[in-house]
Structure formats: structure tokens, C-alpha cells
Design a protein around this ligand. Sequence first.
Ligand code: AKG
Ligand code: FE2
Length: 280
Amino acid sequence: MTEFAVLAVSPSDPDAPEKFAKSLRETGFAVIKDHDIDMSEIEAMYDVWPDYFASEDKQNDATDMGDPSGYFGYKSENAKGAAQKDLKEFYHVYQKNDLPEGVSEVTKNFHNKMVGMGKMLLGWLDQVTPDDVKDQLSMPFQDMIKDSDSHLLRVLHYPPLPDDVQPGEVRAAAHGDINLITLLVTGSEPGLQAQDVNGNWHDIPCGTGYINVNAGDMLERASRQYYPSTIHRVVNPPKQENKSRYSLPLFMHPRPDVQLDHQTAGEFLEERLKEIGQRG
Ligand SMILES: O=C(O)CCC(=O)C(=O)O
Ligand SMILES: [Fe+2]
């Protein structure tokens, strides 16, 4: 297993948009350094959320079937096509929703900054995507997300593995994300792996403070496969490192009415949510 050899791109580099798009296209992955999310803001998130997951109050925030926001319990989601549920619990944050008191302020700040970063990155793709690909888009990427309130910050907790883990049960089975692009700050522990275009798995470096970006299924569809969706997974920890892992993916979503290909973003999302067990 090798780490992904992806060149980190700095927003101050005039060639950043080109380098970012090239990396997404060739590896499905890109890494941003020198960004404006401070390590202290990431650490603040990892300070407040473990207490939330440790408290039974979380059950009061449990989402109803059909409501995309709030708390989702352990083993409530499976990857598309996977037989078993993932070994994770999570909380879905949208910018319009109220949040549990202890986490609200740091989370809203973090979410807003990450969305700002996501907008910038989609703007980069608008600048450098070739015309023949752009011609097939219903609108530029930045227009797809204009006034969108669907950008989802998922706060994830993977508890230590129980003794009775069944064969095939994993923290997160291999999947492509649903949305346009996903921004991922450093997880609290290693375990995230991504597949390259040749099908080989690579560890995603943990602890760098860099932001990892991957292309999702909506970007792949809208761009007619020009930007391939990155297949990734979270593997189980070795026995001697069996502790909680936290992570904070931000999923950039278009407005539901945006036409991707033969489907709108809203239609595609509904279809996928059924496939992953979030819809009845
Ligand atoms: O936990 C991670 O590092 C990644 C999580 C992930 O891929 C997801 O929730 O879609
Ligand atoms: Fe994912």
C-alpha cells in the first residue's frame, strides 16, 4: 500500500486551477495546501464533537426517515450495493439548520468556511474545463450551486470496533460520493483509502492539515465522465490501534432543480438515498 502521490496545490499559485483540474482528472483526487482553514478550527471541531457522540442526548436528534439532517445511528447506512451496514454513526449538518448547543458555533464557522472553499474550487473547474466538456453542462458549476442550501457537512464517528465484527463489516465500504466535489480535512486517525484509475488502493495521508478533494458522482455525470468519481473507503483499524476515528467530509451539492444529464440533481439524489438505506 502506497500513499497517493498527489501534488498539493496552493491557492496562491497562478496555475492552481489547471493543476487542480489535472489532478482530479488523472487521479480522481486533489490536495490543497496553504488554505484558509486553520488547524485550530479543525481541532476545535474534534474537540467538541466527541462529547456529543458520547452523550445519549444524541438520540433526541435522531433523524426521521426522509429528513436529511440530524443524527444517524450506528449501522444506519450502507454503500450502494453493499450487503452490510457501515460501522459508523454520523450527524448531518446543513447551513439552514439549528445545531446542538455545544457544537453549534464552531461547526457553523467551519461549515461556512469549507463551503467558501468549495465554491472557489468549482470556480477553478469552470475556468479550466475544456469547451467541449463545458458545452455539455446545463450551466457552469458555480451556477449549479448558486443559492444552494444543500451543502452537507457530515460529522462522522467510527467507534472502536466491537469484538463481534462480522466478516465483510467495515467502517465505510468502497463507494463514490453522490455530490459534485467533496472536501475533506484531515481525519482524526488514518484509515481513508482511495482507488486510482488503475484500480489500485492508496492510503490518504492523515495529519497533514491539507484538504483532500475528490470528485463525486454528480460531477462525473455532469461532465460526461471527464472528471471520474473517486472510489474510496475507510478500512478497519489494526487491533492495537482500535480507537474512535472522527472525520468531517463536506459534500458540495447543486440545487435540486439543476439538470445533470438525463436526471436533475434532486432526482439522482433521491434514487441514491434509497440505494444506501436513507429512504424507505
Ligand atoms: O471518514 C472518511 O474519511 C471518509 C468518509 C466518507 O467517505 C463518506 O462519508 O462519504
Ligand atoms: Fe465518501
